[in-house]
Unconditional design. Structure first.
Length: 100
């Protein structure tokens, strides 16, 4: 219960800028610390949320930081070093230092 309360409290904070990737619908996060009653699986084994459009911030933002990622082996999100964070919104150009 303490972990669930911690996730709810920290979900009000912003997502770390070094987070990359996207949800791969594994459903592992929806089982923390116990299976969510709204977790559903389709015929291909991909998860979905029965209340997706009104899900709580702790679900919307998981994993918010690398330290909070309790499912790194399954999760489609990952964290990179700050030097690797891309600066352009389309993610096409890597961050570069200005030339002197």
């Amino acid at each position: 219960m303490l972990n669930k309360l911690k996730r709810l409290t920290t979900s009000l904070l912003p997502i770390d800028a070094t987070r990359q990737g996207e949800c791969n619908r594994c459903g592992a996060c929806c089982k923390l610390p116990y299976p969510c009653p709204f977790l559903r699986f389709d015929d291909q084994g991909l998860s979905s949320c029965a209340v997706y459009h009104v899900r709580p911030p702790s679900c919307r933002k998981y994993p918010r930081t690398a330290a909070e990622n309790l499912t790194p082996e399954q999760c489609g999100f990952y964290f990179v070093s700050t030097e690797e964070v891309r600066t352009d919104p389309a993610g096409l150009e890597p961050a570069t230092s200005p030339q002197s």
